[in-house]
Write a protein that binds this ligand. Sequence first.
Ligand SMILES: Cc1cc2nc3c(=O)[nH]c(=O)nc-3n(C[C@H](O)[C@H](O)[C@H](O)COP(=O)(O)OP(=O)(O)OC[C@H]3O[C@@H](n4cnc5c(N)ncnc54)[C@H](O)[C@@H]3O)c2cc1C
Length: 481
Amino acid sequence: MAQSYDLIVIGSGPGGYIAAIRAAQLGMKVAVVEREHLAGICSNWGCIPTKALLRSADVLHTASHAKDYGLTLEGTIKPDVKAIVARSRGIAARMNNGVGFLFKKNKVDIIWGEAKITKPGEIVVGKSTKPVVEPQGPVPKNTLGEGTYTAKHIIVATGARPRALPGIEPDGKLIWTYFEAMKPEELPKSLLVMGSGAIGIEFASFYRTMGVDVTVVEIMSQVMPVEDAEISAFAKKQFEKQGIKILLEAKVAKIEKGSNSVTATIEKKDGSSEKITADRMISAVGVQANIENIGLEAAGVKTDRGFIVIDGYGKTNVPGIYAIGDVAGGPLLAHKAEHEAVVCVEKIAGLPNVHATDKSKIPGCTYCNPQVASVGLTEAKAKEQGRDIRVGRFSFAANGKAVALGEDQGMVKTIFDKKTGELLGAHMVGAEVTELIQGFVVAMNLETTEEDLMHTIFPHPTISESMKESVLDAYGRVLNA
Ligand SMILES: Cc1cc2nc3c(=O)[nH]c(=O)nc-3n(C[C@H](O)[C@H](O)[C@H](O)COP(=O)(O)OP(=O)(O)OC[C@H]3O[C@@H](n4cnc5c(N)ncnc54)[C@H](O)[C@@H]3O)c2cc1C
C-alpha cells in the first residue's frame, strides 16, 4: 500500500523546505520530494553562492584600495578564481547539508526522485531526470525512493530555471546561464551580460571586480528596471566609474559564435547597431517556472503565463493542491517563497489569524557594488497610482559613518503619502543597504507614518542615520545637509 502523509511537498528549495519544517512543527506527518539538490536553487546555485563570490569581490576591492586606509600591502593581490569558486561551492554544500540536518531533526521524510501528481492526494515518484552533481554529493542516506505516495495536501514548490531567448540559447560553453557563471574554470578577458536585473548585475559586478572587461546590454531605459529610476541612475554612474560599459534601450539581436568568443549584434532604440565581441556571454533574461511534467494538467491546476495561479494563501483552484515560491509567480525571491510557505502551511493547519501574503511589502535586494535595496512603491509607480507624494533624499556623503568607512557613495530616498504621512516606498543604494532596508520594511508593516520615524532614535554613528535624514528631508527638516 502507498505510504501516506498529511503533507507532501514537491521541491526542497526555500519554499519547500520551510513549508515542510513548519508543517512538522505543527504536528503533521511530512515528506519532501527532491530530484536534484536539497535546499533548491537558492542555496546551491542562487542567493548564497553568489553572495560568497561577491564577498571575494568585496575583499579584493577593499584590499586593492588599502592605501586609501593608510595601509601598505606588499606584493600584488590577484584573484585565484579556482579558490574563489571552491569557497563558494563549499558554502553552497554547507547550506545543502544544513537542510538535510533540519529534515532529520524535524522528522521530515525525504523521497529522492521526480514527483508527478497523478490526482489530488496522490503522487508518483519516478527516477530523477536530473543528474545529482555537486554541491549535493551522494543522495542522502535513509531517503525513500520511487513509488506511489498519498497525502491529504500537496504543495508544489518546484521553482524555476533560466529562460532562454530564441536564437541566443545558452550552450554552457560560450553563452552561460547562472549555472556556468557561478563556477568558471578561468576568468574570461571580456564578458557580455544580456539583461540587467539582479542576477545580471550581480555577475557583472563580480566579474568586473575580478578585472574582466564587462559590457551590460539592457533593453529597458534603466539598469535594474524594477528599481526607482533615480537610484538606478545613481548605481549606473558607479558601475561606469568602475569600468562597466552599459548599453540601455539596446538588445542582443543576433549571435555569431567563434571558436572561443561570441560576437553579438546589438540593436539600439535609435535604429543604430553595433557589434561587440566577448570571450563569454551571460544570458540573464529572467527565469521560467518548472510547471511541466508534474501532472498539473491532469489534475486541472490553473496556470497563467507560465506560473501556477494561487490565492494569498497558496491555494490553487484544485482543493488539496497548493503552490508556493517561484513556480507561483513573482517576485522571484527566496524570502517571498519562505513567507508563502509559512502562510500556506498555517492556513492548511487551520491556525487562526493567518494573513494572506502582501506582495506590496516584499523587499528586493541586489548585492552588487554599490548595493541596491528597496521596498514599496517607486516614485514613478506612486505617481502612476495618482498618489500625492512627498519625497525625501539623503546622500551618504553627509553621513559621518559612511565617510569614515570610505563608503560615501550612496543615497536613501523615501516616499510618503502627502495627506496621511504613510510611508509608501523606500529606496537605497550604497554600502550595506541590503541589511538596512529591513528597518523600512518593519516600518511599512507597522503602517508607520513620518511622525513615528521622526520620533525613532537611530544610533550614531551609523549609515542608518541616513534613513532618518531622508524622512526629515521629505518634510523640510533635514539636519545634516
Ligand atoms: C543567480 C541567482 C541569484 C539569486 N539571488 C537571490 C537573492 O540574493 N535573494 C533572493 O531572495 N533570491 C535570489 N534568487 C532567487 C531564489 O533563488 C529563488 O527565488 C528561490 O530559490 C525560489 O525558491 P523555490 O523554493 O520556489 O524554488 P527553488 O529554489 O528553485 O527549488 C525548487 C526545487 O524543486 C526541485 N524540483 C523541481 N521539480 C521537481 C520534481 N518534479 N520533483 C522533485 N523535485 C523537483 C528542484 O530540484 C529544486 O531543488 C537568486 C536566483 C539566482 C538564479
